[in-house]
Design a protein around this ligand. Structure first.
Ligand code: HEC
Length: 270
């Protein structure tokens, strides 16, 4: 249950916003999730830990935090070209500028996903393959700027799905993310326990536990838990539109979720 561990780390974040202003010895380094060596004139070590991204210039004896990245860090990786990538919740996928030792944002639109591993080859450096906490592979063809599922970029198969997708991009994507990956973590979402994030609508969360009718009702009438999920019937979304939206959402699911949708989902839980 790696996802829950990450979640625990995220909840603990509130306690981790203090400390680490100076170099710390290796025995005080928080739990390391991922580790890389930068092959750049002298070896620099980088550790992605539950409480932030750290670096060491003395072979791991002492560590300093990268200021601004005191947030759960789940992955750091060096490519065969020597490019260094990391993933930090609320900061997204980052690339290290080797000259300045500063991190640059590559993509912070990955929704509820956090990256656990990232790899590429020396002959296709633009094509990155990563795994997320759900144990799925995702692919980028342009150095991590855009990501899609292993099966390829999203394509609507029917006019209904296409219409649903257009409605989704216009009304829903800002919160529920591109391809339904959910709302991307922000510092507020990580630290305010009352903040209700827009869940992923793809197969990774539990939209598929609801029947079509329940999803349509939720879209039209909104959530009683938060005004952020508005009653879309008041914003010109008709029942027909809501059904198209549900068709689009379901096009993001795989066979298991489609077969197990609604009350049947209990039988399909691992
Ligand atoms: C301003 C942000 C925001 C927008 C825009 C938004 N939502 Fe939501 N949505 C949320 C939040 C927050 C929740 C969680 C509500 C809760 O937990 O009660 C949610 C919940 C949902 C759920 C329930 C998911 C589940 O697993 O139970 C569905 C379905 C949904 N939204 C669909 C949509 C659709 C379709 C649109 C566009 C028409 C939309 N949302 C637009 C924020 C948003």
């Amino acid at each position: 249950m790696q996802y829950l561990q990450i979640f625990a780390a995220i909840i603990l974040l509130g306690n981790s916003l203090i400390g680490y202003s100076a170099a710390i010895p290796s025995d005080q380094l928080p739990r390391i999730n991922s580790f890389a060596i930068v092959d750049n004139a002298g070896e620099q070590y980088i550790a992605a830990t539950d409480q932030g991204l750290f670096h060491s210039d003395d072979h791991g004896h002492t560590w300093e935090i990268y200021e601004g990245y005191r947030l759960p860090a789940t992955m750091v990786a060096t490519t065969p070209q020597g490019t260094v990538y990391a993933f930090v919740a609320a900061r997204g996928l980052l690339q290290l500028n080797l000259k300045t030792n500063q991190w640059l944002e590559v993509n912070n639109q990955l929704g509820s996903q956090v990256l656990r591993q990232l790899t590429t080859t020396s002959w296709t450096p633009a094509r990155l393959i990563a795994t997320n906490q759900y144990g799925k592979m995702i692919v980028s063809e342009n150095y991590g700027i855009d990501w899609h599922q292993l099966s390829g970029p999203y394509q609507a198969r029917t006019p209904t799905e296409k219409s649903g997708r257009d409605l989704y991009v216009k009304n829903c994507q800002a919160c529920h993310g591109k391809d339904g990956v959910g709302e991307t973590y922000t510092v507020q979402a990580l630290t305010d326990k009352n903040y209700i994030q827009a869940p992923a609508l793809d197969a990774s969360a539990h939209a598929w536990h609801h029947t079509d009718d329940a999803l349509v009702k939720l879209i039209l009438e909104g959530s009683s838990r938060t005004p952020r999920m508005a009653a879309w019937k008041d914003a010109d979304v008709s029942e027909h539109d809501a059904r198209d939206l549900v068709a689009y959402i379901k096009s993001l699911w795989s066979k298991r979720e489609l077969e197990c949708q609604g009350p049947k989902h209990m039988q399909c839980m691992q």
